[in-house]
Design a protein around this ligand. Sequence first.
Ligand SMILES: [Zn+2]
Ligand SMILES: [Zn+2]
Length: 346
Amino acid sequence: MATLKFNYRRDFGWGPSGANSTRVRQGVAPHYSGASRLNLASKSHAACVSTWKGFRTFHMGPSRGWADIGYAWGICQHGIVMEGRGFDRVQAAQPGGNATFQSVQFMIGGSEEPTKEAIEAFKLLRAWLRNRGVGATVRDHGTFISTSCAGGPVRKLIRDGVLTGGAPVPSTGGGGTGSGSNGGMSSVRSISSQQKIVNAAGYTPKLVVDGDFGPKTNSGVKWYQKKIGTTADGLWGRATETAHERFTGVVDAKPSPRPTESLQVDGDFGPKTTAALQRALRIGVNSNFGSGTKKALQKKLGVSQDGIVGPKTVKALQKKLGVAQDGKWGPITTRALQRALNAGTF
Ligand SMILES: [Zn+2]
Ligand SMILES: [Zn+2]
């Protein structure tokens, strides 16, 4: 049986979404990318990652100026769910349903049809959402406003009941709640951690540990998967993690060093970094980057405390950290934050 595979925001080097939280519960709204074909089915998944990042750059750029990528989710032709704004955020996807329907963009365009992997991933994502209280309704973008989205092929799949059927609510499986939580999910390791492991295993030339999943990292991960005896598909999922644990357990039986109190400067804005930030802000520590933490951060940075970490807050943060002020919270900003938290200078 196919399993739900996610690529999370942190896999793309993105910080938490700047979009407001809300309960998005009525159903799912499929989209496509537009009139032009994307032709991603015949390319490696690295191309999907860069396309997804490109959508966000465009959505946050001068022609849109949104707080984040417009969609909650994407589904690539390889059957990977790409986290956009993620679960329970107000979206910029289907006016009239931005706070009520979870937008899901099939990463296709024109007359391209979703692959069977993409269709399967949609069904699994929908079941996962159903399990979290999202309603059964499936309405494409064109049922909200006049648009060709989600395109002929997806509309036909909805009409034919392929995308609307069943959606059993699973009693087990799923798990994970978006960024930072990978329980049971396929994306079990951050990109920078994968890069470090590949390097440590003797891969040459060494990968740059930048948290960016490009063709070089793809090749490095495949090399490592082959070495540890698992499917070399470049996707670090549960099977790869298990093989990795088995492999390192045999090869390196040394006990792992005692964790120190300081954060790893890995550019991942995860629960540990959040907890350290909360300690530095002298607020309750729950490792959750919620609106209380965001407001406390904004207070510290001297920007308006609206609980939305958008470009203004990020620029103020970057200014404080002494890194380039592009208003986008990526691995460079997180690494600078981690260094400052470790040094006690934040
Ligand atoms: Zn659309
Ligand atoms: Zn893909």
